[in-house]
Design a binder for this molecule. Sequence first.
Ligand SMILES: *Cc1c(COP(=O)(O)O)cnc(C)c1O
Length: 430
Amino acid sequence: MTDAPNFGFDTLQIHAGARPDPATGARQTPIYQTTAYVFRDAEHAAALFNLQEVGYIYSRLTNPTVAVLQERVATLEGGVGAVACSSGHAAQIMALFPLMGPGLNVVVSTRLYGGSITQFSQTIKRFGWEAKFVDFDDLDAVAAAIDDNTRAVFCESIANPGGYITDLDAVSAVADKAGLPLIVDNTSATPYLCNPIKHGATLVVHSLTKYLTGNGTVTGGIVVDSGKFDWSASDKFPSLSAPEPAYHGLKFHETFGPLAFTFHGIAIGLRDLGMTLNPQAAHYTLMGIETLSLRMERHVENALKIGKWLEDHDAVEAVTYAGLDSSPYKDRATRICPRGSGALFTVALKGGYDSCVKFVDSLEIFSHAANLGDARSLVIHSASTTHRQLTEEQQVAAGAAPNVVRISIGIETADDLIADLDQALTKANA
Ligand SMILES: *Cc1c(COP(=O)(O)O)cnc(C)c1O
């Protein structure tokens, strides 16, 4: 498809990045299940290895099926390029890798996916990186946490597990003022509900595992670059602005301009870290994205109906869904994700921890599983599972207190889901 910025989301989710296969005319994007690609001649090979020509060498770096996925997600997010990777967590490392180094830090929101909190608070320390956790509703605290060694600011658009909405306009203004890129994890919102780049994000990361594939069949991730950050404005980002010894002193930003981050992600990140997405997974994700807008509309419609129903239930203390009139994030949601507040939220039960455990054990349509963004409805008791490694203080800050259950509303018939929740709440209270 030719680039036409005026196409609607529904058209782009089906066509962006794809064209009939040049060899066979195949209308659907083929799964290029190949490791290597034959060079035309030695000169062609040399040009590819020198990054003087764009093409295919080896599938750890680039693959035609994966390339379609990259272009599609980049287009849907309003970015210039994207690098797909083997998981959402891989995408987070791939986003930080060109920016960070020993002794440097990233300022991150306390409201993150539980796995991200562990990745940032524990594992990245092994690289000599540090994460400084702050409440992103407190902009002064975000600004105060930034120091000379900060290289990025990181948050989620619709934050896991509570479905809180981050004020991306305000946070990106703080990052901008400090000359730093804002990285937004847009997994829970998807590009249908929120485009972080429009709100000032430099990079957008996704777990493809969730809504983008949408049916629990893939583990994958992607980093999208807005192409808008000036990596050469300071000496803080030498991986992108200074000569790269592994490519004869090439400077990524000078050579590739707005595509610097994407080229670096492939030519250095995937080449040496190897967190590559495989073509089968890219295929499943492309299939999922074709129906993203339709699914998200139903996810949101169901979440709103079920959120309201839960809020009025006697056994329920609170529901965090930002789409509800009672939510302090209602106004922000209208600005940041105008098509809806997603389908992920938490429910606090009056009966506490024990009631939560009985509740998740009694559900029949909802599965108790460590996933979200699936066509089927899922539930998890975060405090005893995904957020188990955290201290109780971290659990509360992350919206995963012991009396809280996280719910990911699927696209089943809403009344069936309500009936299931009703019978499980009755048992939980018995
Ligand atoms: C699942 C998830 C991740 C991690 O993605 P994986 O594909 O499981 O590695 C990161 N952020 C958010 C918001 C997620 O929901």
